[in-house]
Design a protein around this ligand. Structure first.
Ligand SMILES: Nc1ncnc2c1ncn2[C@@H]1O[C@H](COP(=O)(O)OP(=O)(O)O)[C@@H](O)[C@H]1O
Ligand SMILES: [Mg+2]
Length: 297
């Protein structure tokens, strides 16, 4: 197996520092999810972990050694990376793209593919449900299918670690669940260490074993979702007023945003879980909402 951690890591683009003194330990064989508001540095952290950026200070340790002292080929055989913005045009078929995921494993510059490569590509296509479109040009697929093709490419590498930046971008709700279930299958079956950036906090709460929360380029909290995701945390890190209830399906934290216009929901959520309000709430005087509220209808 492969261990990955960042120690006092600082990353910058030119003179602009984006991440400062970030330390994270990625639990081996588990699913880690990075969350944070837009521009908080999630993609930058993932790039740092994936050796795509050189730290201005601090270090990323891959199996205990500075990742920049390792060869690109070694890093690519143990760690796969799905970038947030995959190229729009590839000029490749789905199968050809997925084959690219095997490149680091081949011998020499013109290393030919062997039976192991064919089998890995077949499996990645099957897992992502792309078998039927394997011979189609990637550029002709829908956004969701294209995203899955890139995920299949990352899976085909059969690496110990996968870093995936918003793998569910461009997918509809069912597609998001499908991809996250698939990554969980892979994690459980092969023990692949996953590091995902996810936008949706409720999906993060469900699928993460370990949550890392960034705010303005710093790690503000990390741990199991049930401990990290509190109402104060959401207010502090996302500027979001929300209630947290128990997800009736997964029994993980479920975030219910309040907003300014739907106070009925806010009132109902104060009732014990799974128990409907006995009758429509009587007019309530809210401490921090409008002065009078009589419920909808
Ligand atoms: N290639 C780049 N060059 C300069 N600044 C960048 C670059 N990529 C990201 N940034 C800046 O770094 C900050 C963090 O970006 P990013 O890591 O992409 O955030 P997130 O993924 O959390 O939305 C943002 O202010 C962004 O504008
Ligand atoms: Mg990003």
């Amino acid at each position: 197996m492969t261990t990955l951690r960042a120690v006092d890591l600082s990353l910058a683009y030119g003179a602009e520092h984006v991440l400062r003194d970030v330390s994270v330990e990625i639990p081996e064989g588990r699913v880690t999810v990075i969350v944070g508001a837009n521009a908080s540095g999630k993609t930058t952290l993932l790039r740092g972990l994936g050796r795509m950026l050189r730290p201005t200070s601090g270090v990323v340790l891959l199996d205990g050694k500075d990742i920049h002292s390792r060869s690109s080929k070694y890093v690519a055989t143990v760690m796969g990376l799905l970038p947030q913005d995959a190229p729009e045009q590839t000029g490749l078929t789905v199968a050809e793209l997925v084959h690219r995921g095997r490149t680091p494993r081949r011998q020499g510059l013109f290393g030919r593919s062997g039976p192991g490569d064919e089998e890995a590509v077949r499996r990645a296509l099957e897992l992502t449900g792309l078998g039927p479109v394997a011979e189609r040009p990637v550029d002709d697929l829908s956004g969701g299918q294209r995203r899955r093709a890139w995920i299949a490419m990352a899976l085909a590498g059969e690496t110990d670690v996968l870093l995936l930046d918003e793998p569910t971008a461009f997918l509809d709700v069912a597609g998001e669940l499908e991809v996250l279930d698939l990554l969980t299958d892979l994690n459980r079956r092969s023990g692949t260490t996953m590091v995902l950036v996810l936008h949706d906090l409720n999906l993060a709460a469900r699928y993460a074993d370990h949550l890392v929360a960034l705010k303005e380029g710093q790690v503000v909290r990390q741990g199991v979702p049930a401990e990290v995701l509190t109402e104060e945390f959401l207010s502090d890190v996302f500027g979001l007023r929300a209630r947290i209830v128990l997800d009736p399906v997964a029994r993980t934290p479920l975030i219910v945003p309040i907003g300014r216009h739907h106070s009925y929901t806010a009132i109902a959520c104060r009732h014990p879980l799974g128990q409907e309000p006995e009758s429509k709430p009587a007019p309530v005087r809210l401490v921090d909402g409008p002065p009078e509220f009589a419920g909808p209808g």
